[in-house]
Design a protein around this ligand. Structure first.
Ligand code: LRH
Length: 479
């Protein structure tokens, strides 16, 4: 038994996990035990594409019960997930399963929002890149035919899980910063903006900073999960990307990061937001980081391009062995197209390979033919988008990037890491793969007193515990 263990619940758009973390700052150690991993499969209902939040909650609570069984020394639990999505509640009751941000309902809402508040003004107020699924647009879609009028609270996904566990209704700041409703200057809810958009700001809960204790488990939950006495739920950087950035073992003044999973979040960490016209035109975002830092970054489409292509191939053919497919992609020697990974046509679920072919035909380049060529084309296109975004982040922020840190599941993709090094012309340090869970654990550890210090002290624990794999740039293979 280790005293002061912290359990991280990390919910990604394709899978969730429960991880027990042990932090001993005096000894300079940081260890992780993987307890549970479960798929996160969206569900298409008559009302649109939703998350199966009830199923996810069941799976994560089974994971928590397992964690408590294995490690009776657990003192805290922290929850992070993908951003922007929310649940509506009336009292304790959920008003339906939350919408998936890839649902098509936002298209019309974007225009309606910009008609009331033009994008330039929105950017000045919230500092966020344009993404058609940012919560403000989803809420505008909700106004017509949705449940907003019935709701008395809106909870983002990790806050919803926190509410089910503890009964506390809050909005953790890093994730709240992705809604579009947080004032970039004051860090408070922009109630005036909500009113102008016709939204009832009274549904927005109290904001809390990462590290804030939310309370103990509800007695029924504690009993059902066999929780050790005194376990507390702690707000972490509940936006998964905020937790991942905590665990990037970087020197922010000379590094860029790529948090690569379903999305590739590419940027730098700053002390202050950058909301210049140039940043807006380059569609860079200023999301809230832990300890008041700014995550100045851009969303790049990420490994979704590959996972959704594989899903389509598997629908129409035999199961695919991913490591084998990646090995075949690495061995491709014929030229493959580099397409615009950020083209909005790749956002919605569906026939991604078909859309890649159409992009190529519209742009006068020969489309890939085999699964291996598609995979290689996706990896080259992602590496190119990563490289362009690192260059732009550096130019807009003034950070002189010497090293690129690539964390998350993408760090296991050796071809992607090497081609990112080649295309940026910079060394890529890959890992940790579980950066999000580590960042989640570290913020809990600091809140419960088993770790101290600023982000740099926490990051030095990460550097000692996880040595990255280094990829040096070779000669870029131009295509
Ligand atoms: C990554 C992520 C990203 C958001 C998207 C919705 O998981 O949180 O930072 O833009 O999901």
């Amino acid at each position: 038994m280790t005293a002061g263990a912290a359990v991280a619940v990390d919910l990604g758009a394709t899978s969730g996990r429960v991880v027990v973390g042990h932090v001993d700052q005096a000894a300079g150690t940081l260890g992780l035990d993987h307890v549970a991993r479960f798929p996160n499969r969206p569900v298409r209902l008559a009302s649109g594409l939703h998350w199966d939040l009830t199923g996810l909650y069941r799976d994560l609570t089974y994971g928590l019960a397992d964690a408590f069984r294995r490690e009776p020394g657990v003192t805290s639990v922290g929850v992070d997930s993908w951003a922007v999505d929310y649940a509506l509640l009336r009292g304790d009751r959920l008003l339906g399963e939350p919408f998936h941000y890839r649902d098509g309902r936002n298209e019309a809402a974007v225009e309606a929002v910009h008609a009331r508040v033009p994008f330039e003004e929105l950017y000045r107020r919230n500092g966020l890149q344009f993404l058609p699924f940012t919560t403000v647009y989803q809420l505008a879609a909700e106004r017509t035919g949705g449940c907003l009028g019935l709701a008395d609270a809106l909870l983002l996904i990790p806050d919803l899980v926190g509410f089910q566990l503890t009964g506390a209704k809050v909005a953790e700041r890093t994730n709240a910063s992705t809604t579009g409703l947080l004032d970039i200057e004051t860090g408070e809810w922009d109630r005036e903006l909500a009113v102008r958009l016709g939204l009832d700001a009274s549904v927005l809960p109290r904001l809390v900073a990462p590290g804030t204790p939310l309370g103990g488990l509800r007695p029924e939950v504690a009993a059902e999960l066999g929780a050790p006495a005194g376990v507390r739920v702690v707000a972490v950087g509940s936006h998964d990307t905020a937790s991942a950035v905590v665990a990037v073992p970087m020197r922010p003044e000379a590094a860029a990061y790529i948090s690569c999973g379903t999305w590739g979040l590419v940027g730098v960490e700053l002390e202050r937001p950058v909301t210049t016209d140039a940043a807006r035109e380059a569609n860079f975002t200023n999301e809230g980081g832990v300890d008041g830092r700014t995550r100045f970054l851009r969303n790049v489409m990420g490994l979704w391009l590959l996972s959704e292509s594989v899903r389509r191939w598997e629908r129409d053919g035999p199961p695919i062995d991913l490591p084998e497919l990646l090995a075949q992609a690495a061995a491709v020697t014929t030229p493959v197209p580099v397409f615009d990974a950020n083209d909005p046509r790749f956002l919605a679920p569906g026939d991604l390979p078909g859309r890649i072919v159409r992009w190529c035909l519209e742009n006068g380049v020969a489309p890939p033919r085999s699964h291996a060529e598609f995979t290689r084309s996706i990896i080259e296109s992602l590496a190119e988008a990563f490289a362009n975004t690192v260059r732009t982040a550096s130019a807009l922020s003034g950070v002189d990037v010497e090293t690129v840190h690539l964390v998350g599941g993408g760090a296991l993709n050796t071809l992607l890491c090497q081609r990112t090094a080649d295309r940026t012309g910079l060394p890529v340090l890959a890992g940790p793969v579980e950066a999000t869970a580590i960042g989640n654990v570290l913020v809990q550890a600091r809140s419960t007193g088993s770790a101290k210090g600023d982000l740099e002290s926490l990051r030095s624990l990460v550097s000692r515990a996880f040595s990255p794999t280094r990829y040096d740039p070779g000669r870029p293979r131009e295509r």
